[in-house]
Design a binder for this molecule. Structure first.
Ligand SMILES: Cc1ncc(COP(=O)(O)O)c(C=O)c1O
Length: 363
């Protein structure tokens, strides 16, 4: 606690992101669910001729170009799209805009286990929450979310557990909360289920959150978005314009728009990731691992013959970063982003070597 912090700052428990190696450090990075391939080549082309003088000016504040591209991509109207500086920011705006903070307000329902930024935002904005434990098999206990609440925030596919909800489960929750906002975070939907835009027409309480970080290989650009009814989008704009009117910068706007318009890159990238994902999951299962049925660009799996904590440390020492959460219910699992085929082969060989050395040491 510093004497310069206010009480609130002193009380925060901030989010801890996965380790980012220093530039130039040689590691195989499978710990933050980035896409392992470079983004659309249209981006490199554009940067060759970009005129830096354009950076004198503030960006177009409503991100119109990008909203139009996203609207076409997801089959909605541009007025239903909102863009921000990464979906983390769009999530933060959403928590601020729609969930109640008053004493005695019904709590926001979030799953326990899920994206660990949700409770952090709730704490920052003073939103009471109720954490609803996942079922034994890590699926979402849908009925438990269909009770009077202050709103709902769920990731599907869920992180770190990789499982997706069906559209009918999402509909059930929406129908049970007609006057409450239901936030469905689809950061990883490109790698599994459909975006649930089809539910928007009948459910004005639905707010879908998306990101270009994973599906378009643009984690470093920081572009996320929301898709919802205009009524909800208006709420997001009010919060944005009370905080930072230009969340998407000029370069991000141009590059993200090019990436979204490059459909063939998207399809090909998706195909490659899904192929490597299936191969890696099969190899780990063959080694006796318990691999959850993934709809994301990462695996959530329980190692065989070694604890997750020990394997995480040994992989790290071997230059391979995966994510380990030393938390109840999931401390026996590792979260492993799907890298290139070569990176996944290196991971599998490293695991085999670690297990072999361990067995030799114990003889
Ligand atoms: C479920 C989920 N939502 C949102 C995000 C944030 O993504 P970004 O801020 O890069 O758009 C992440 C990042 O890992 C995530 O796992």
């Amino acid at each position: 606690m510093s004497r310069f912090w206010n009480k609130k700052t002193g009380s925060l428990t901030p989010y801890v992101a996965g380790e980012q190696p220093l530039p130039g450090q040689k590691v195989i990075k499978l710990n933050t669910n980035e896409n392992p391939y470079p983004p659309s080549p249209a981006i490199a082309e554009f940067l060759k001729t970009f005129d830096p003088a354009l950076l004198r000016l503030y960006p177009e504040p409503s991100s119109r170009k990008l909203r139009e591209a996203l609207a076409e991509f997801y089959g909605v109207r541009p007025e239903q799209v909102f863009c921000g500086n990464g979906s983390d920011e769009v999530l933060a705006f959403s928590f601020q805009a729609f969930f109640e903070t008053e004493d005695g307000a019904n709590p926001l329902f979030i799953p326990d286990v899920s994206y660990s930024f949700y409770p952090v935002y709730a704490q920052l904005f003073g939103i009471p929450t109720e954490k609803i434990p996942l079922n034994e098999d890590f699926t979402i206990p849908v009925d438990a979310f269909c009770r009077p609440s202050g709103g709902v925030a769920i990731a599907t596919p869920n992180a770190p557990t990789t499982l997706a909800m069906t559209q009918s489960d999402i509909r059930k929750i929406l129908e049970s909360q007609p006057d409450r906002l239901v936030l469905i975070d689809q950061a990883y939907a490109a790698f599994g289920e459909e975006f649930c835009t089809g539910l928007l027409e009948e459910h004005p309480n639905l707010l879908i959150i998306g990101t270009l970080s994973k599906s378009h290989s643009l984690a470093g650009l920081r572009v996320g978005f929301a898709i919802a009814s205009e009524e909800i989008i208006e709420g997001l704009k009010r919060v944005r314009d009370s905080f930072n009117s230009y969340p998407v910068d000029t370069l991000a706007l141009e590059l993200a728009t090019l990436a979204v318009r490059d459909r063939s890159w998207y399809e090909e990238n998706r195909r490659r990731i899904l192929k490597t994902r299936a191969e890696s999951a099969a190899e780990l299962s063959a080694m006796g691992w318990d691999v959850l049925d993934t709809s994301a660009n990462f695996l959530f799996a329980k190692p065989a013959g070694i604890s997750a904590g020990e394997l995480y440390k040994k992989l790290r020492a071997a230059g391979i970063l995966v994510r380990y959460f030393d938390k109840p219910r999931i401390r026996e699992y590792l979260r492993i982003s799907v890298g290139t085929g070569e990176e996944m082969n290196a991971l599998l060989s490293a695991i085999e070597n670690i297990l072999k050395r361990r067995n030799e040491d114990s003889i």
